[in-house]
Ligand binder design. Structure first.
Ligand SMILES: [Zn+2]
Length: 112
């Protein structure tokens, strides 16, 4: 288990508990970008351990992955990226602006 994902998952659980304000949480939807540096499977694994004896105990976890996309600052082309080091497929430039894929947030919370 990666300590990074454990810390991230603990933070997510804390955010959910704050929002739940004492109510039981039935389901959690997370938005997780492919460039966020977090492995969804690891978060799902840590989640089960982190929700024990919290308002989230027994809650369902839904992880929505967000693919990475970027826009070239030189030719304005928009394209899919897998990492921050991907070049523009149209002009070969490296000056790209990340549009999506960095998301790492609680999208939805279903409470009792
Ligand atoms: Zn370009």
């Amino acid at each position: 288990m990666d300590m990074h994902e454990l810390g991230v998952t603990q933070s997510i659980v804390e955010i959910c508990e704050t929002h739940a304000a004492g109510r039981r949480v039935l389901a959690v939807s997370l938005e997780m970008g492919d460039l966020s540096g977090v492995v969804p499977e690891a978060v799902a694994f840590c989640f089960e351990a982190c929700i024990r004896e919290t308002l989230l105990e027994g809650a369902r976890l839904h992880i929505e992955r967000v693919p990475g996309t970027a826009r070239c600052r030189i030719c304005a082309a928009e394209f899919a990226v897998r990492s921050y080091h991907d070049a523009c497929p149209t002009c070969g430039g490296y000056q790209v602006e990340i549009l999506t894929g960095e998301e790492l947030r609680v999208k939805q919370l279903e409470v009792e």
